[in-house]
Write a protein that binds this ligand. Sequence first.
Ligand SMILES: [Zn+2]
Length: 260
Amino acid sequence: MHADAAAAAAAARRMVDTAERVTVLTGAGISTDSGLPDFRGPKGLWTRDPAAERASNINVYVSDPEVRRSNWARRASGALWADVEPNRGHEALVHLERRGKLHLLITQNVDELHQSAGNSEDLVVEIHGTTRKVQCLSCDYRDDIEIALGRVRAGEEDPQCPDCGWLLKAATVSFGQSLDPVDVARAERAALECDLFLTVGTTLAVSPINMTAPLAAQSGARLVIVNGEPTEFDALADVLVGGSISEVLPVICGLDAPGG
Ligand SMILES: [Zn+2]
């Protein structure tokens, strides 16, 4: 680990040690070490596959059957999710929960790797939904996405809701869809209630959830930002930690010894 990152991680660790309620906000950067590409980087999903970006707009998805068919075919091929496992960064946040310090884990990721790593379902808010589940765009139907993918592999190109016959979509929040107001309220409340707010692997550029960071800071919480590149709110941070997330986060959360 680079000396600057090690020193910053050690400082952040001391803040975590004295904190009682840590609210965490994670983004794509925590999952890249699990082999998941981000969206808009040089090797990003949408950079390489513009059709996938078009399918992420709800109006396009609903109005264009060809977009839905290619989207289902891409998901059913399974390439995106092959061999994706939580990494040391995810394990560090499980350790934080086991220490009794995790107040809420807000994630912008749709990969369920926090739950796979061992964080409790009821402490994770998936603000942008999850690709591991499927939902109906009309009724309350929701299930494991493998059920829909099985239907696609069996020959259905655009599977429809078993309850009402309307369109199915991965349970992510697409562009043009609203965030769940209950999730947003939980996140904002957790930002106000914590004594340390820890952001990991996000440039804090996506509104409105990025505003939980200044909200926490303004209400008196310490702000620790862990990211490989600058973020929108670096000026508010008590500590900025660069370097590899899967290396620095275990130190910050007390899973690994400092200076290692
Ligand atoms: Zn339905």
